[in-house]
Design a protein around this ligand. Structure first.
Ligand code: HEC
Length: 158
């Protein structure tokens, strides 16, 4: 009885062994690559990013100024308080970037030019985004401040 119970389990065990070797083989290959890296100078190391990690215009003071412009001004009416998204504007804290790759300068550029109706990613939106916050008509300093704020809340976007 015991034996007959064991027999069916054997193929499973073999399958497990096979899976394990399938998993360990690439791992071993990777490990040996790492070990040989000194002997193979053709494999270049990943480039180390240069320059400051946080863009120059993004400071605690500029973020605070942008926070107040965004959350008391027109931005939050479309993008929601703290930029979480609302009926007339996309989330600025999550999801894919629609009009840039998320760099500080690019965010400032979008706020300066706005998003024209023909450029809207979602053509069913009721309103385009007007340049410089529409009726707020932000100065360059204010655009940079609100861009610093958007930069700070959008780091999880892709
Ligand atoms: C009238 C509504 C409205 C207002 C006000 C508004 N936006 Fe927008 N915003 C939009 C829409 C609509 C889009 C583009 C959505 C699309 O393409 O489908 C957009 C896009 C953006 C983007 C680009 C997002 C991306 O994924 O690339 C940023 C950044 C942005 N807005 C910031 C702001 C800031 C900062 C303010 C205030 C100064 C503001 N918006 C005011 C509606 C608005």
């Amino acid at each position: 009885m015991r034996l007959s119970k064991r027999i069916p389990s054997t193929p499973n065990f073999e399958a497990f062994q096979m899976r394990r070797s399938l998993l360990t083989a690439p791992l071993l290959a990777l490990l040996s690559l790492g070990g040989c890296s000194n002997a193979t100078p053709t494999i270049a190391a990943a480039p180390v990013p240069v320059g400051p990690i946080v863009p120059a215009g993004v400071t605690p003071a500029s973020i605070a100024m942008g926070d107040s412009i965004f959350n008391t001004g027109a931005c939050q009416r479309c993008h929601g308080l703290k930029g979480v998204g609302a009926q007339n504007g996309p989330s600025l804290v999550a999801g894919p970037w629609l009009h840039s790759t998320g760099k500080f300068e690019e965010i400032a550029a979008v706020i300066t030019t706005g998003v024209a109706r023909t450029a809207l990613n979602d053509q069913t939106r009721r309103f385009p985004m007007n340049p410089r916050g529409g009726p707020m008509n932000l100065s360059d300093d204010q655009v940079n401040a609100v861009a610093a704020y958007v930069y700070s809340i959008s780091r999880d976007r892709r």
